[in-house]
Design a protein around this ligand. Structure first.
Ligand code: GLC
Length: 424
């Protein structure tokens, strides 16, 4: 009798184990790989897997966001289930929305805790196609120690930045560091250049390339002045190689101690402050300089969300992973270990987060007022618009075309794309 009960129990246990093995799924999540992105994504996704008895596979993607978009478009337009969960850029909901699942049925209202503007951005045709994960805004990183050494202030205007960068660069080179540069940023022909150039143009009062009503506004004297200013940096305070720099190349130069100023996203802070960083304790963060009084300061709004593919075989689990990864607990951990700005306003009152990342409190307004790229007006055409813009800017920076000519050609090509400001 005893034996029978025991073997029945064993049988039941074995059946349960088989059932749970059958229901345990492997979810494939794609993450960016800039700085600590991949490492942190892996750590948190694996914690979810351990907690829920599932498995995760983290798919690494290219650092260059434009290359990442091309890869995603390929996977999604084939209707492939190769990736279940996608890390998507703030400018992609309009481009990829049709291939993404509506997360509303899974969220139990948690989206109400995120910044409303982010949720609005991630709502495509009335469907919540992604949950916000971290926010970005362009920031000016500077070497406090070098500004102090040469009695310089944090620059308030682009002209001041150029003058200070040149002064400190020349003095440091004369003192023996011939690798020193004044200013590093993202000048490669990709989405990152659109972000940088939008900051130059908007801070000069030159608009946002396409207005919110769909009108193409980029051909104007302020935009031309902004591009002329940026082109004058190449080869003087910025290495010519900046024309091929994305985020990590600029950070490489700055973190090696070889640049006075850097334009980058918040993630660069925690790496600069890392144990093995030669610039630890020597870095400050400020708002990017203003151009003209009319333009003021401008930081491009960036950020990333997590979305579920419509073609996943495991929508419930994939949505659960997304909600876990974007939860307050995980966002807090990512803010502490990677200086990723949370998308939950409540976390900006968290003392630990503010202590580890003083800029998140001090520069809160920068994130609030950040300039959006013209995605709402251009919809599914955004990537083509951006592509035309970054190519035009890149040609100016490379000295191949004059700003006025580049903007006039850009105006023509954008008009062709817009089909009379209809953008569809
Ligand atoms: C960051 C931002 C994203 C931007 C990209 C450009 O990933 O989050 O919004 O498009 O940088 O390189």
């Amino acid at each position: 009798m005893k034996r029978t009960r025991c073997s029945r129990l064993l049988l039941a246990l074995a059946a349960a184990a088989m059932a749970s093995a059958a229901s345990a799924a492997s979810i494939k999540i794609s993450c960016g790989a800039v700085g600590q992105e991949l490492e942190l994504c892996k750590r948190n996704a694996e914690a979810w897997a351990a907690k829920t008895g599932n498995q995760v596979q983290v798919v690494a993607t290219p650092n260059d966001s434009s290359e990442r978009l091309a890869l995603y478009q390929q996977v999604l337009s084939a209707g492939s289930d190769k990736i279940d969960v996608f890390q998507i850029d703030v400018v992609w909901p309009g481009l990829l929305g049709l291939h993404l699942l509506d997360l509303k049925p899974y969220t139990q209202g948690v989206e109400g805790q995120h910044f409303a503007s982010f949720i609005a951005n991630n709502t495509h045709a009335g469907r919540l196609v992604a949950m916000p994960w971290f926010a970005n805004a362009g920031l000016l990183f500077y070497r406090k120690d070098l500004l102090d050494k040469y009695g310089q202030k944090v620059p308030a205007t682009w002209d001041e930045l150029a003058a200070t960068a040149k002064k400190v660069q020349d003095a440091e080179r004369a003192a023996g560091n011939d690798k020193m540069w004044g200013y590093v940023w993202q000048g490669r022909a990709y989405e990152g250049l659109t972000c940088n150039a939008l900051e130059w143009v908007a801070s000069h009062g030159g608009g946002t390339v396409v207005d919110s009503d769909g009108r193409i506004s980029v051909r104007n004297a302020n935009a031309a002045a902004a591009l002329r200013t940026a082109a004058s940096w190449v080869g003087t305070i910025s290495p010519t190689a900046v024309l091929n720099y994305a985020e990590e190349e600029s950070r490489g130069v700055f973190q090696a101690g070889n640049a006075v100023f850097m334009r980058n996203w918040p993630y660069a802070w925690s790496l600069a402050q890392g144990g093995d960083s030669v610039i630890k304790g020597k870095v400050g963060i400020a708002v990017l300089p203003r151009g003209t009084a009319m333009g003021g300061n401008a930081a491009t709004l960036g950020g990333e969300s997590l979305a579920v593919s419509k073609y996943t075989r495991n929508p419930v689990l994939a949505a659960d992973l997304v909600l876990y990864m974007t939860s307050a607990a995980v966002q807090k951990e990512r803010a502490l270990s990677g200086s990723f700005n949370p998308t939950l306003p409540a976390l900006y009152r968290d003392a630990e987060i503010l202590k580890a990342n003083p800029f998140m409190g001090e520069l809160y307004g920068v994130f609030n007022r950040a300039v959006a790229r013209p995605t709402s007006a251009t919809g599914a055409r955004y990537n083509q618009v951006s592509n035309e813009f970054w190519n035009a800017v890149h040609e100016v920076l490379a000295g191949k075309v004059k700003p006025d000519d580049a903007l006039s050609r850009l105006d023509t090509s954008l008009n062709r794309l817009s089909r009379g400001a209809k953008w569809n």
